[in-house]
Write a new protein. Structure first.
Length: 615
């Protein structure tokens, strides 16, 4: 497959085209940078009282925008990358090309000739090339700490949000127009970026590159994605209103009430969420077994979703990952995965156990034999519009041919008894034709309560590993956390286990033992340990500030005093570098201590410390 380089937009024709597009959309034409100009070559005021480099606003939301077309001779090809200074390796371009097109291979048991005729939206996730890390907008790193753990960016992965159009066109040799507009971002804001694409993609396919350029300039003028703030984001004549969650939000609360408290006549679209999917629509065919699927995801068990289309594949994989919220799914997941993916061999080798991953696929060829051999769990979706009355869990040994029926195929035996109450509630909703959105609220609340019941005993035990505050001495290194001892934790479950908050019976002990060996526990505990270690460092800093340091230096040598200044300065640097949870007045107090200590030293030492930047 050959890849084309990004198509340049001619500077000679740019201005009148921009003015025409802007006039059509009813807003002023944006000031643009000539093609090939790096972002550092142009600086402007963003209207918020600070200067930003060109494209800084854009890069806070997106890495780039790609247009992928299909050529009868060349195959899939990247036709446009915008802004043109955006960096993508050849391997990343190849992955984007294959993942941006629905797979219509005849081996797909759902397919009958040309698939996905019309417009299709879906999402994929792919790994960044090894040895390279994209330099992101600095604000992203600052805001990441305030996000819920499941919305934090993963530095090793990109998300691709796709709007694919396939329509008949007799003027083309193949007989079809096939093209994808793809937003590449580090942010897992699924619902938000799908909404953005709905606003710009249909118009782009009519007006082409000038429209895309104008849309990118609108994004560049957006305010930064600050967690907790209500943002108004204009895009080609439409204004979207959205609030990004924070780690301090109460889990399970919706933002729609807060967003609609003030009526804004100029607001076109109000988004109650940036990331949530229609959960019930994805689980509807198998909601009888939703609790078992929750266990599989919680434990990081390998799971493959076979779907009729990339849309259903990506929605279902993302719904599965979301079902253990507010826990983060720490294993790999691919909302849409093809045999052309550069990591395909990694997931299909015969020499190792199946990896902890959730894969979304649309083609059975090879995957059936691979999954039977690897003995992993399969969730085979139904063709669109076909919803069975009941789906039974089937053994993997029954999955032998390419015409196998949709359903759940697994050898996994759930630890917990099935919650009949939630099943009756959802069944009643189906019978009464309750809207899918309302069913999703019920299912999401159920998953949330189930996850919280499971994680609360772990949180209690981990909190007990924290040293007492009275053990923190300003003149000693901060104390260490106690070690996590699985058997010690198990003994706490009798009095503080999930039976206190959950009605579900079953082998909770077995579920915890399995979870403690999973990547999700490893990722969760590392994150909690980091938070608690930072808290200890912050408490140590506060203890230092409460000491009479001037009295201390009178009892010690000049060498020891200089050493103290260096250590205090390192503490300040650490607080800033690691974003320690330190109060602003604590930092100022420590700076005052450092200044006072330096002034108490002889002038020659003061001069040395000042020259070395110690103040």
């Amino acid at each position: 497959m050959a890849l084309r380089g990004p198509v340049g937009l001619g500077p000679g024709s740019r201005k009148p085209l921009d003015e025409a597009v802007a006039a059509a959309e009813g807003h002023e034409a944006p000031a643009l940078v000539a093609p090939g100009v790096a972002p550092e070559d142009d600086e402007e005021d963003d209207g918020r009282g600070r200067g930003l480099l060109r494209w800084d606003g854009f890069s806070a939301w997106l890495h780039c925008v790609c247009v992928v077309g299909f050529d009868l001779e060349l195959g899939q090809a990247v036709e446009v990358i915008y802004p043109q200074h955006s960096k993508l390796t050849d391997k990343e371009k190849t992955n984007i090309c294959y993942l941006s097109f629905p797979d219509s291979n005849s081996g797909n048991y759902f397919s009958s000739g040309i698939c996905c005729l019309g417009d299709t939206q879906f999402c994929f996730r792919f790994r960044q090339s090894s040895g390279r890390r994209v330099s992101l907008h600095c604000l992203l790193d600052q805001f990441d700490k305030d996000l819920p753990v499941y919305l934090k960016k993963d530095p090793a992965y990109f998300y691709g949000y796709v709007y694919f159009r396939q329509v008949r066109d007799r003027t083309l040799k193949r007989g079809y127009f096939q093209k994808s507009l793809v937003l590449i971002s580090k942010l897992p804001y699924i619902h938000f970026f799908h909404t953005v694409l709905k606003q710009i993609a249909p118009e782009y396919f009519e007006k082409n590159e000038p429209y895309l350029e104008a849309a990118c300039n609108d994004v560049d003028r957006w305010p930064a994605p600050v967690p907790g703030k209500t943002l108004q984001l204009p895009i080609m004549g439409v204004v979207m209103k959205v609030r990004i969650p924070t780690c301090h939000d109460k889990p399970g609360t919706t933002q729609i009430v807060q967003l609609t408290q003030q009526v804004d006549t100029h607001i076109s679209v109000i988004l109650p969420t940036v990331h949530e999917m229609d959960l019930f629509r994805c689980f509807c065919p198998v909601f009888l077994h939703s609790q078992m699927l929750w266990e599989l995801v919680l434990l990081g068990e390998p799971l493959v979703v076979m779907a009729p289309s990339p849309s259903e594949s990506s929605e279902t994989v993302l719904a599965l990952v979301n079902c253990i919220s507010p826990l983060k799914y720490f294993s790999d997941f691919r909302p849409y995965f093809t045999i052309h993916d550069s990591e395909f061999k990694e997931y299909t080798t015969r020499t190792q156990a199946p990896p902890s991953v959730i894969l979304g696929v649309t083609i059975l060829f090879f995957f059936i034999m691979y999954m039977i051999r690897m003995i992993i769990n399969i969730f085979m979706l139904f063709p669109s519009g076909e919803i069975p009355k009941q789906v039974k869990v089937k053994k993997l040994k029954n999955l032998k041919t390419l015409d196998s029926k949709p359903g759940v195929y697994t050898s996994y035996k759930p630890y917990l008894s099935r919650d009949e109450e939630i099943i009756k509630q959802l069944q009643k909703g189906v019978q009464q034709k309750r809207p899918s959105e309302a069913q999703s609220v019920i299912l999401r609340r159920y998953f949330l309560e189930l996850t919280q019941s499971f994680i609360i005993p772990l949180e209690r035990y981990v909190a007990s590993l924290m040293p007492l505050q009275k053990s923190i001495s300003p003149w000693k290194s901060p104390p260490q956390l106690r070690q996590f001892l699985p058997e010690e934790f198990m003994k706490t479950l009798e009095k503080t286990g999930p039976q206190l908050t959950s009605r579900i019976k079953g082998d909770w002990i077995g579920l915890y033992r399995h979870f403690l060996k999973s990547p999700n526990f490893d990722g969760w505990f590392k994150a909690r340990r980091k938070e608690m270690t930072q808290k200890l460092e912050a408490l140590h800093l506060e203890a230092l500030c409460e000491e009479d340091l001037l009295l201390w230096i009178h009892k010690h040598t000049e060498v020891e005093t200089v050493d103290l200044v260096l250590k205090l300065k390192n503490k300040l640097l650490q607080a800033d570098r690691e974003c320690l949870p330190v109060k602003p007045d604590t930092v100022e107090k420590l700076r005052t201590h450092i200044d006072a200590i330096i002034l108490a030293l002889p002038e020659d030492l003061q001069g040395i410390l000042l020259k070395t930047g110690m103040t």
